[in-house]
Design a protein around this ligand. Sequence first.
Ligand SMILES: Cc1cc2nc3c(=O)[nH]c(=O)nc-3n(C[C@H](O)[C@H](O)[C@H](O)COP(=O)(O)O)c2cc1C
Length: 216
Amino acid sequence: MMLTDKNLAVLSKLEWRYATQKFDTNKKIDSATWDTVEKALILTPSSWGLQTWKFVVVTDAKIKEELVAASYGQKQVKDCSHVVVICRPDKLTAEYINEFVDFTASVHGLSAKEFAREHEMMLRMQKGMNEAQTAEWMSMQCYIALGNLMTAASMLDIDTCPMEGFSKKDYDRILGLDKSGCHSVVVCAMGYRSAEDQKANLPKVRFPKEKVIVRI
Ligand SMILES: Cc1cc2nc3c(=O)[nH]c(=O)nc-3n(C[C@H](O)[C@H](O)[C@H](O)COP(=O)(O)O)c2cc1C
């Protein structure tokens, strides 16, 4: 099959990215590039567009050092340029949904009444989930942000390491999240790979498409 330049460009970026184990401590993401990363994060789609997340960006060297122990010794969080801790709120309230509907209406220059049907459905969904289900649903939204973040970063030649290997309890305490009604869900260390990172040269471990893609 003939691949166009666009096809090849997408594949080469996705082949290039890998879960970076060793970051170059001397290379930092410049502020214009970081601004683009933040905009990409904000552009992440979410269920109903509700955006039930907070992105905590850590660059403080002392805090990053503290995060190593909370990440079971993984040094990526110290050596990288920026750590993004993707968090979910404690709970999803009817007030939050009402506010979101008002905001949507104002962005579209419409009355909130135009969204009455969706508004009603969102409130029904919110009432229908218990605390654990709500937490799980909001955590799933956070993983969409993680995927979007890693792909956008690869387009900007930024390396990433997605991380679930950390203590949520310790992160919440170190970052003061427990006081702000937030919980850490998943982490992304971001920066530039060290020339010494052997993992960069390993071939990708991916099942062949016959095993994972079903055509109907
Ligand atoms: C949600 C998630 C959590 C992960 N947690 C860690 C982690 O804590 N530490 C780590 O070094 N890699 C972690 N990884 C990286 C995976 O092991 C890696 O993405 C996978 O083996 C595929 O390799 P590749 O990303 O290099 O292509 C995680 C990946 C994802 C998507």
